[in-house]
Design a binder for this molecule. Structure first.
Ligand code: UFG
Length: 331
């Protein structure tokens, strides 16, 4: 039995591939390499370069590799872009997921793990936010993911397939062994931006908003190490296989928040630098605070965070950024 990982050449997907391989699973990756990199796919996995919506090739890969489970990471992830180009998000996230689900059902795939997002909550009424709280996305990105959650629920009710939806909070860091990391150019995520500034790729870090109702006025987020998140997927797969009668929707976060200023303090501490901060206005659609109530994931999965430490997250992200800089220098 093999596991199919869509988006396995991307940031989070490539770490999930490593975690699955390290746990002894056979892995086949589906990736169109539009934002991912072939070199990010561990050579122990098989890479099939195609779109997740290419039903012919996806179904052939499922059959050829005896795939019983799909981990679906492929998708578009830039929130502001989803506002300016919503149809791209409904195509790449919602419509493509529909096609993938059809391939899965037609080929008798039994388990499905979906990369969802805390953006499905929109601006939560309370923090920490729990899985049963209202899901009211405030951007097309969150809506495109929420629509896929709904499809998955309906498909699992009608067909012999069970699922885990993992709603990611703020994913950061890199593989502790230096095998993968966040490599996408032009990234907008805070920790990535900050380590780019630390390695000279940017001159400064902008702080978007200093007047939020938080302890220091800057936005608070729940940063989760990508290595822990990847291992949560392996635990979710084990659970889905062990009890095919149950489905799960779980927040993937550590249950504590750090402000933008606290993150930048950590970057200064780890790099022994003082990175220039520029105070700017709020970014459209940013909630003040987004922190996971993570009791459900802790109670459900055989999983415990191993790298719940902001300095460690920054250190791993920085090590990867330095590797990328060295690679660029060699080219
Ligand atoms: N921020 C800055 N400066 C930057 C980048 C970010 O101040 O250069 C701030 C943001 O305003 C926010 C915090 O840092 O307060 C985190 O911002 P990110 O862009 O790193 O992440 P977001 O919280 O906006 O979004 C992330 C994922 C989304 C997901 C969302 C759910 O990127 O895919 O978490 O919480 F939907």
């Amino acid at each position: 039995m093999a596991v199919m990982v869509t988006g396995g050449a991307g940031y989070i997907g490539s770490h999930a591939v490593l975690a699955l391989l390290d746990a002894g699973h056979e892995v086949v990756v589906i990736d169109n390499l539009v934002t991912g990199f072939a070199w990010a796919v561990d050579p122990r996995a098989t890479l099939v370069q195609c779109d997740v919506a290419d039903e012919g090739r996806v179904r052939a890969a499922i059959r050829g590799h005896h795939v019983d489970a799909i981990l679906h990471f492929a998708g578009s992830v830039v929130v502001p872009e989803s506002v300016s180009d919503p149809l791209k998000y409904y195509r790449n996230n919602t419509v493509a997921s529909r096609a993938l689900l059809e391939s899965a059902v037609c080929e008798g795939v039994r388990h499905f793990i979906f990369s969802s997002t805390a953006a499905t909550y929109g601006t939560p009424e309370r923090v920490p936010v729990a899985e049963g709280d209202p899901t009211v996305p405030i951007n097309p990105y969150g809506m495109s993911k929420l629509m896929t959650e709904a499809m998955l629920r309906d498909v699992a009710a009608a067909h012999p397939i069970n699922y885990a939806v993992l709603r990611y909070f703020n994913v950061a860091g890199a593989d502790p062994q230096g095998r993968s990391g966040q490599s996408t150019a032009g990234a907008t995520h805070l920790i990535k931006v900050a380590v780019e500034a630390a390695t000279g790729r940017r001159s400064h870090v902008s702080i978007f908003g200093t007047d939020f109702p938080t302890r220091d006025g800057t936005g608070v987020r729940d940063y989760i190490h990508v290595h822990d998140l990847a291992k949560a997927h392996v635990a979710a797969l084990d659970l889905l296989r062990a009890d095919p009668s149950l489905n799960h929707t779980l927040n993937a976060g550590y249950g504590r928040g750090f402000s933008v200023a606290e993150v930048l303090d950590a970057v200064d501490r780890v790099t022994n630098m003082t990175i220039e901060r520029r105070l700017e206005g709020r970014r459209a659609g940013d909630p003040a605070e987004l922190v996971a109530d993570n009791r459900a994931i802790l109670a459900t999965l055989d999983w415990r965070p191993e790298r719940d430490d902001l300095d460690l997250i920054v250190r791993d992200a920085l090590a990867w950024e330095r590797r990328l800089a060295e690679r660029d220098a060699e080219d």
